[in-house]
Design a protein around this ligand. Structure first.
Ligand code: FES
Ligand SMILES: [Fe+2]
Length: 406
């Protein structure tokens, strides 16, 4: 954590307070992001005894799960001659380097060097980082000083089907984050030009306020449908959503429940891999139990098979001019995702925010930037940061919301 200590001595300029895109060591936005726990991997993607490289905010680490089942994060390279530790072997809760067999425990302490005298290992240590697992996601903390407690979401611990998913996109993370506060895009960027039956554009009115957690958004669409969304600093979206189902399955589930099915979504959109790519994580709780839960799981397994194409591949073809939104085969990929990908990647690898022409409807984007900028300035000046919390009144209420895929 040498780099993080050096950061605190750096002098920042006005330009740094609005540079949200760069999150590597030494950047202000990066230091701000590192004051929060970040998701690093879906639990299902890291079985016991496995290690993988972890790239986050332009830094490299080793993520592994001990044979005990506990996940750990240590430095990327072995202290001996610097090879990539993740290609080694997990033994108990230790990791052994593949090059000359040095072994480190989960605190990063070297505990064995097969070709050296016993006394040497004690003097060798690599960095380790706080790691926790919750709701099917592994989280890491990469900030300065002691890690705060990992935030909990009790409403996601309730009964139901918990779905955890992740995807990678090859453009800057802040574009994805801004998109979450952009409610005009849903009428266009999801690949259609949506109008209400009386011919108006399907664009909601929007009310925004800063909350204890980040930002509360109330949307009212022209047909009267209301949608409430919560945004949690620095990169979390939380809102109820409709659930994609076949017509018949929806009818059956709604009839048995006696109300429309909904899900609650918690999404980290997004976590920088580096300045030109990011990863998104989502945890969805679908409130079904028993037979209905089994039915839903079966349907999901089938519908996942049908989604043969990734939005990335199809979106790239749209960007290249080889395909239009109207020509996308929606039986094999969700048009919403293709549209979101193409429009955000279409802003460039890192969007140029100096030449924008923002309007009244961009208030979600401007509030996001204001919150970030205010906190980044406080961090640079050594003032206390706002302690963001999610009290019960910010938990989205159950309701019927058809407009999926913000
Ligand atoms: S490089 Fe790891 S043991 Fe030599
Ligand atoms: Fe979208």
């Amino acid at each position: 954590m040498v780099a993080a200590q050096a950061d605190t001595r750096r002098q920042y300029t006005e330009a740094d307070y609005t540079d949200f895109a760069h999150t590597g060591p030494g950047t202000l936005a990066g230091r701000f992001m590192r004051t929060f726990w970040q998701p690093v991997c879906c639990s299902q993607d890291l079985p016991p005894g496995r290690a993988r490289p972890l790239h986050i905010m332009s830094e490299d680490f080793t993520l592994y799960r001990g044979e005990s089942g506990k996940p750990h994060i240590v430095e990327f390279r072995c202290a001996h001659r610097g090879t990539q530790l993740s290609i080694g072997w997990v033994e108990g809760d230790c990791i052994r380097c593949a090059y000359h067999g040095w072994m480190y425990d989960d605190s990063g302490q070297c505990v064995e060097q097969p070709a050296e005298a016993d006394s040497y290992a004690k003097r060798v240590r690599i960095e380790s980082y706080p790691t926790e697992e919750y709701l099917g996601v592994i989280f890491g903390y990469f900030g300065e000083g002691e890690a705060p407690p990992l935030p909990r979401y009790p409403d996601f611990e309730e009964e139901g089907v918990l779905e955890v998913s992740t995807y990678v996109r090859n453009y800057n993370f802040f574009q994805s984050l801004e998109n979450g506060g952009d409610y005009v895009h849903t009428a266009f960027a999801h690949g259609k030009r949506l109008r209400t039956p009386d011919g108006r554009w399907d664009i909601p009115e929007l009310w925004l306020v800063e909350s204890e957690w980040g930002r509360t958004e109330t949307l009212r669409f022209p047909d009267g449908d209301e949608h409430l969304a919560q945004y949690g600093m620095p990169n979390i979206h939380n809102h109820p959503n409709g659930v994609r189902l076949t017509h018949d399955l929806r009818k059956r589930i709604d009839a048995e429940l006696g109300r429309p099915l909904w899900k609650n979504m918690l999404a980290w959109r997004a976590v920088p891999i580096d300045d030109f790519s990011h990863r998104s994580f989502a945890v969805d709780l679908i409130r079904l139990t028993g037979d209905l839960a089994d039915l839903y799981r079966e349907y999901r397994a089938q519908s996942m098979v049908k989604q043969r194409h990734d939005a990335y591949d199809v979106g790239e073809r749209v960007l290249a001019g080889d395909l239009t939104f109207d020509e996308v085969d929606t039986s094999s990929v969700a048009l919403v995702n293709v549209g979101d990908y193409s429009t955000q990647r279409g802003q460039g690898l890192i969007a140029d925010r100096t030449h924008e022409r923002l309007g009244r409807s961009d208030v979600g984007v401007t509030l996001l930037r204001e919150l970030w900028s205010r906190e980044m300035r406080a961090l640079a000046e050594g003032r206390p940061l706002k302690q963001w919390v999610r009290p019960p009144h910010l938990v989205p209420a159950e309701g019927h919301h058809e407009r999926a895929g913000m």
